[in-house]
Design a protein around this ligand. Sequence first.
Ligand SMILES: [Zn+2]
Length: 251
Amino acid sequence: MVSNARNDLVNLIRLQTVYDSIAKLIAERSSPPAEIRELQEANLIRLEELEELERQMEAHKEEIKEVRQKEAEWELELEHFQKQKSTVTNEREFTAVISEIDYATRAIDESSARRQELEESIVQLQQEVTERRESRPEEESAQGDVVTSWAKRKDELVKGVHELAVQAKEIEAEVQPKHRARFLRLLESKQGTAISEVIDGSCSLCHLALRPHLQQRVRRCEEIIDCEFCHRILYIEGNVTQVEDVGADGG
Ligand SMILES: [Zn+2]
């Protein structure tokens, strides 16, 4: 029983190292290099700008429809007043009709000018959208090396995590189920660190000073001891391996 607890402790220390390595690889994978982040941001901005240009084009097209509608209405008015002009019977009516015709003509001119302005603007916007779309692949291939090497690195990291996970399973198989379960529970609840080294009589992670009696029990390695404050599994470096070697020879 005594050597079982000690062996478990040795394995749990190894297991913690493996889980630390897994955490490091995962952290690296979720933080792409600055160049990649800049590229992602630049692409996002470029897409937003393209969308904005397309929104402007759509708005212009909508406005053209309205302008055309107004133009058509004013043309009907103009037609009406031109017919009236031929039937006026006095100077006063004539002046009134002429004034209406002037007004309608001006309105038609204004509408047509606005329509032309919008149509020209659409042509320009369309040209800009096309240019921007065409320049994208070029810019992306300029950054291609960075993208490719990051993709490669991510693959390596995933592969590394898988290999380490296999190692972890192998080590876990060596540990008594109750100690393994305790370790894995702590790993989950303590942000990935289930084990804590005792340094100068204190838990190195929560800094609780251990009572002398508890320190002695940790030193003996005959049982798995939790920190009384943070509940992580405690060990004393050197002490575990040193005694374990003796135990292995004895066994
Ligand atoms: Zn602690």
